[in-house]
Design a protein around this ligand. Structure first.
Ligand code: AMP
Ligand code: ZN
Length: 474
């Protein structure tokens, strides 16, 4: 196996990736809270996970990918206070929490499909894993990591010496800092809820019986419980947005490692934020752009994917309409160029495959991979047939729609113009087509390209297909 290196938040280094079990990888991606539409910032986390998965597969590894759906227990504040986001969404729309969850989960799946994200092995819902979460809390209780307050069962972070190692938290400083949270009963500022009791004066839509009383799970426990259920007590890769490092993932590690006494995850990987107008894009703010907003403005989801891939996944990026419009123009050009290469039995170009692999295996340098695809387009030493085959290899990981039918591309917002009939093609163009045919028979690719440029200058586009060239108006 080729060397793969990923930046591991745990070590703050690019570590060589070695799966726990030869040839197979277990990966868990923190999924959406389904109380609202996903915005395009959230979706970056899943494009990143998709590229990660496809890179591992490109290296011949079998990946089991689990994504959770948070449909209960994620409170509006990280301090375990305030409303449950699901109940908030339900109140906003006058629907039940279940209806809200179903609607936004479906919308999430649709967004993933538009972005050409391969479905995970499983999407696991928090509400469908309540017994597993209770069992994990019981295990922590037996090992004396928990305590009870008037509003729930809490994890005592002082009992886990490794607490905060992922985020390199300054625990002493944090504990000494001004107590800002409303919950006076918490022993330490970093302690967090495992199980919250339903308030006596309030009827929640989603609540369950438990050994401690009627209530609902804290947000973090679902991820520890479900990831270990499907991937084992120790697994390879866990991902999420960068905002998960100091609290959510820190708490997941505490719960899992205290319950099992084993290392929870070997590689922690985090994607950067998409900002808008210099600020954070958030579901709770009104500034969010979603997939449908892009489509309404004529931007293809694949162009958004392309734009994401032109930056490294860990970088913060700033969304602007100019940026995604530029990405769309570039991607369309790549598609139109790809269509001029005829399909044949040619093998892909080894040098470019090596470039692709080395960029991806170097902590997913997708921007380098895309730059090398443009180099391939411009490389005159390579025949169109070889370029065609090489593009299809890049497609395996980048997933930008090369090799798709025009209909499927159109469904994803990539519109390739329809061809002119034989009678509609002007005589001057027909003459150039004949010259070009001759040039190609002589393998004079340079002349062939020059003729295509002449045709372009005359306002027409030439596309080589399996049945010869076709012409459309620019
Ligand atoms: P949520 O649905 O809020 O639980 O978040 C889903 C995923 O989106 C998480 O991995 C977050 O870290 C990530 N996320 C939230 N906001 C942004 C943003 N503006 N840019 C990129 N990722 C984000
Ligand atoms: Zn999670």
């Amino acid at each position: 196996m080729a060397v793969i290196k990923f930046y591991n938040t745990l070590t703050r280094e690019k570590d060589e990736f070695k799966p726990l079990h030869e040839g197979a990888v277990g990966m868990y991606n923190c999924g959406p809270t389904v109380y609202h539409y996903a915005h395009i910032g959230n979706l970056r986390a899943y494009v990143f996970a998709d590229i990660l998965r496809k890179t591992l597969e490109y290296n011949g590894l079998l990946v089991t990918q689990i994504v959770n759906i948070t449909d209960v227990g994620h409170l509006v504040s990280d301090e375990d206070e305030g409303e449950d986001k699901m109940e908030k969404g339900a109140a906003r729309e006058g629907k039940t929490a279940q209806d809200i969850a179903k609607f936004y989960t479906d919308s999430f799946y649709q967004d993933l499909a538009k972005l050409n994200i391969e479905p995970a092995a499983r999407y696991t819902k928090a509400t469908e894993h309540i017994p597993e979460q209770i069992a994990l809390i019981q295990k922590l209780e037996e090992k004396d990591f928990t305590y009870r307050t008037s509003d729930g069962i809490y994890f005592d972070t002082a009992k886990f010496p490794g607490y905060g190692k992922l985020a390199r938290l300054d625990i002493a400083g944090l504990q000494e800092g001004a107590r800002v949270e409303a919950n006076e009963e918490k022993k330490h500022r970093t302690d967090f809820a495992l199980w919250k009791f339903s308030k006596p004066d309030e009827k929640r839509q989603q609540e369950w019986e438990s050994p401690w009383g009627i209530g609902f799970p804290g947000w973090h426990i679902e991820c520890s419980a479900m990831s270990m259920k499907y991937l084992g007590e120790t697994f390879d890769i866990h991902t999420g947005g960068i905002d998960h490092i100091p609290i959510h993932h820190t708490n997941e590690i505490a719960q899992a490692e205290c319950a099992t006494g084993k290392k929870f995850v070997n590689y922690w990987m985090h994607s950067g934020f998409v900002n808008i107008e210099g600020g954070k894009m958030a579901k709770s703010a009104d500034n969010f752009v979603r997939m449908a907003t892009l489509e309404e403005k004529g931007i293809s989801p694949l162009a958004y994917r392309y734009w994401l891939l032109t930056a490294h996944y860990r970088k913060t990026i700033n969304f602007t309409w100019e940026a995604v419009e530029g990405a769309q123009t570039a991607l369309l050009k790549l598609h139109q160029t790809f269509l001029t290469y005829e399909a044949s039995a040619s093998a892909p170009n080894g040098e470019y495959l090596e470039k692709l692999r080395s960029f991806l295996n170097d902590d997913l340098e997708t921007s380098g991979a895309i730059a090398s695809l443009w180099d391939l387009v411009k490389d005159e030493s390579i025949s169109p047939a070889e370029k065609h085959a090489t593009f299809l290899e890049y497609e395996k990981v980048l997933g930008l729609g090369f090799g798709w039918s025009k209909e499927k591309l159109a469904e994803h917002g990539i519109k390739i113009e329809s061809n002119l009939t034989e009678q509609e093609i002007p005589e001057a163009i027909k003459k150039l087509l004949d010259d070009r045919k001759l040039a190609r028979a002589e393998k004079n690719w340079k002349r062939s390209d020059e003729i295509r440029d002449e045709i372009t200058k005359m306002g027409y586009k030439l596309v080589d297909g399996s049945e010869g060239p076709s012409i459309s108006k620019l």
